[in-house]
Design a protein around this ligand. Structure first.
Ligand code: UDX
Length: 440
């Protein structure tokens, strides 16, 4: 089919390349000239495993190209996927849906023949109904311009695989024609066994924010347990392993540490709380405020522990930091706990050297005043304390011997609970983590 993808960030660029790879003819709409130029060369403007290869082969085959013209998009596509961002508003918990509104306002006046628009952006519940009214008002095709909402659950670092092999497909529709067309479009995936749920607009919108709220709650639950473990001498990793064997609970998303970040979980739960308030059901969502608070407290606890480990005063202390991205296999530093902690330590007087295998450039744009090292070992040069804050596999491969003679004081804090603290302690290091049994 001839499809278009409006907004080519993490979601849109991956969707566009994946759909081209499946054999569709794809036109991507991206208003940022620099991003459009990179995408047209077959390069992702961010780091995402496998995406560059998929973009390059799709562009080369002629099945994927990019534009900045809504008229061209409308003329080309049979289905238009709206994938623009919905960041948090600067002075509010609410999501900023201005890019969604702009996409529909830009596209709809050009829709002069039967067509379908599919919203994939994560939006406050009620947005699809609003966009449906907007299309009815602006689209010359009238009732032949159909709308569906089809949330996307991709994770950064696994975006290509999650797009090509989703856990489930959820579509919100308000008539049977839309349902049939989207069922046909996704037939290769559903035929291969991917479950599909067809529902109304509001449920489809809610599935996405509810899923992220659940995941965030699971992480904050185990982080809250980590605090209890510290107060009792218990160990949060043993606790999570033991809980995880209960199939009703499951082990995934029970990794205690410095908490969740990124462009989705934090802003989605805040937007959900805000929307619940508008809908008069704020009491039902109060727990999400606590989830957010527990998450923020994790970051503050790391600063507290780091301060204690350097003797109670950060001024003049040298700290080496492993990791800046909000998670491994990504160069995304949006709301990154690692970068937040690094910034706080510096503000409190420490000299901080950060190393990340992929995110140094994006981190230096966000936080230009921090120092960035070229390697994990160099970040630790003369350090009084080493902090492990993003669990890239290369950090797990470093042993105490490699830092022999590099650090000023052999002290390690593991913010992700994946390093073998016993090995470091056996080599004479002071090694700590949140919620772990401490032998120091
Ligand atoms: C998330 C959702 O998983 C995805 O379905 C949605 O489409 C977008 O938001 P993503 O932001 O890529 O995906 O990251 P995710 O893997 O969910 O991790 C989010 C944060 O939680 C990261 O900072 C990660 O380090 C942290 N995390 C995750 C934990 O602290 N502990 C865990 O056990 C799992």
């Amino acid at each position: 089919m001839r499809i278009t993808v409006i907004g080519c960030g993490y979601l849109g660029a991956t969707h566009a390349a994946a759909m081209a790879d499946l054999g569709h003819d794809v036109l991507g709409m991206e208003i940022d000239r620099g991003k459009r130029a990179a995408l047209s060369r077959g390069e992702a403007p961010f780091y995402e495993p496998r995406l560059d290869a998929l973009l390059a082969s799709s562009v080369e085959s002629g099945r994927l190209r990019f534009t900045d013209s809504y008229a061209e998009v409308a003329a080309f596509g049979e289905i238009h996927f709206v994938c623009v961002g919905t960041p948090q508003q600067p002075e509010s918990l609410a999501a900023d849906v201005s890019q969604v509104v702009a996409a529909f306002t830009g596209l709809a006046p050009h829709l002069d023949r039967p067509t379908m628009v599919v919203g994939k952006s994560t939006v406050p519940v009620g947005t699809a109904a609003r966009m449906s009214s907007l299309m009815a008002e602006l689209a010359p095709a009238g009732a032949d311009a159909l709308l569906a909402w089809n949330p996307e659950f991709l994770r950064e670092g696994f975006a290509v695989d999650d797009t090509l092999h989703p856990d489930r497909i959820v579509i919100g529709v308000d008539d049977s024609r839309t349902e049939k067309q989207l069922r046909d479009f996704y037939f290769p995936m559903t035929d291969a066994g991917t479950p599909i749920i067809v529902t109304d607009y509001a449920t489809a919108e809610l599935v996405k924010v509810a899923a992220n709220a659940f995941l965030a709650t699971k992480i904050s639950f185990i982080n809250a347990m980590a605090e209890v473990c510290e107060a009792t001498g218990a160990d949060v990793v043993d606790l999570a392993d033991s809980l995880g064997y209960d199939a009703r609970i499951g082990r995934r998303f029970l990794n205690a540490g410095i908490g969740f970040g990124g462009g989705c979980l934090p802003k989605d739960i805040r937007a959900f709380v805000h929307r619940a308030g508008e809908l008069g059901v704020e009491d039902a969502m109060t727990f999400l405020r606590h989830v957010d608070d527990v998450n923020q407290r994790q970051r503050e606890r790391v600063v507290h522990v780091a301060t204690a480990m350097v003797g109670g005063d950060l001024s003049g202390a040298r700290v080496g930091v492993w990791g800046a991205a909000f998670k491994p296999d990504s160069d995304d530093v949006r709301d990154s706990p690692a970068l937040w902690v690094s910034g706080q330590l510096q503000l409190k007087g420490a000299s901080v050297q950060v190393y990340d295998p992929r995110a140094t450039v994006s981190a230096s744009h966000t936080f230009p005043t921090l120092s960035y090292a070229d390697s994990a070992v160099e970040a630790c040069r003369d350090a009084d304390l080493v902090l492990h804050l993003t669990e890239w596999p290369e950090f797990r491969r470093i042993g105490p011997a490699e830092l022999d003679g590099v650090v000023a004081r052999p002290q390690l804090f593991d913010g992700r609970n994946v390093l073998d603290l016993d090995t470091w302690r056996a080599a004479g290091w002071t090694a700590r983590a949140l919620g772990r049994r401490s032998t120091d």
